[in-house]
Design a protein around this ligand. Structure first.
Ligand SMILES: NC(=O)c1ccc[n+]([C@@H]2O[C@H](COP(=O)([O-])OP(=O)(O)OC[C@H]3O[C@@H](n4cnc5c(N)ncnc54)[C@H](OP(=O)(O)O)[C@@H]3O)[C@@H](O)[C@H]2O)c1
Length: 266
């Protein structure tokens, strides 16, 4: 266990389940002070109780990532209570299981708001406070779908790709001012991500994909993310054997093209 997170003020989105919940529990054990966000207040209360943090060190801040205009007001609320924001973990997100030809524009825009604009606006809301103390770490949970397009993931993959362009630029502009950026690209992690994935018209998939059943646990994913924060890594891949595709794409692009076509969307 590291002393690095002791008394650090860490804002985690998507903290009501999966990777965000696991991060909250592990960071609380390491002495962090936490702000937990997601839509479901009841689930945030459950996770908050599991952290065993005293009221002084815990804030539940429920909101919909689609309400991007609320970002600066929410950051101000955190500043009022804690006086600083050390780490923002942009983790909340929603996947997709729908073909381009069937997906409505409303769903496309929804997925961009939840997976891309939310991260942008929250980062812009905390950045002035981080710059003021010349220190801050922004963690962005992307996906291997942020590295290549895939069946039934068009808007999700586009939003995740966009995160890389945006946050790599933000890093270049702000690293000399004390700001660090970590991009996290999970492959398959055993969470509710496929159950909650959006279908063409915005309803949810409601099924656990076969490929997620025996995937890496959210706890192990969180452990790897925490190590990457400590190591000041710029980008990490988290998952199991599915991550091999990243190296195949980079070094053997023609082989990648053949392999990717044969993969199941589920
Ligand atoms: N699991 C994987 O295999 C995998 C792979 C690649 C990338 N990822 C990424 O990992 C991140 C965490 O996902 P997970 O796997 O832990 O899935 P999860 O268990 O479904 O968690 C998603 C979290 O995001 C929150 N969320 C979703 N839509 C929201 C909205 N409109 N407003 C506010 N919060 C919202 C959910 O909370 P509420 O429902 O309470 O709002 C929940 O806390 C996501 O960014 C996802 O894209 C996961």
């Amino acid at each position: 266990m590291s002393e690095h997170f002791k008394d650090k003020v860490i804002w985690i989105t998507g903290a009501s389940s999966g990777i965000g919940e696991a991060l909250a529990l592990q960071l609380a054990q390491q002495g962090a002070r936490l702000i937990l966000s997601a839509r479901r207040e009841k689930e945030l209360k459950r996770v908050g109780a599991l952290t065993k943090l005293p009221e002084l060190d815990l804030m539940l801040l429920p909101f919909d990532l689609k309400d991007t205009s609320r970002a600066s007001g929410l950051a101000a609320q955190i500043m009022n209570k804690f006086g600083r924001i050390d780490i923002l973990i942009n983790n909340g997100g929603q996947s997709q299981r729908s073909e381009v030809s069937e997906t409505t524009e409303e769903t496309e825009r929804h997925l961009m708001e939840v997976n891309y604009f939310s991260a942008v606006n929250l980062a812009k809301a905390v950045l002035p406070y981080m710059l003021r103390i010349k220190s801050g770490h922004i963690v962005v949970v992307s996906s291997i779908a942020g590295k290549f397009g895939f069946y039934l993931r068009s808007s999700y993959s586009a939003a995740k790709h966009a995160l890389h362009g945006y946050f790599e630029s933000l890093r270049l502009e702000n690293e000399s001012k004390g700001i660090k950026v970590l991009m996290v690209c999970p492959g398959k992690v055993k969470t509710n991500i496929s159950l909650n994935a959006s279908l063409a018209k915005g309803t949810t998939h409601g099924k656990m994909d076969e490929s997620h059943v025996n995937a890496l646990s959210a706890e192990d994913a969180a452990k790897q993310i925490i190590v990457a924060i400590l190591n000041n890594d710029e980008e990490i891949f988290v998952g199991g054997k599915e991550l091999a595709i990243i190296k195949i794409k980079r070094f053997f692009p023609k082989m990648f093209s053949k392999i990717i076509r044969k993969q199941s969307p589920y």
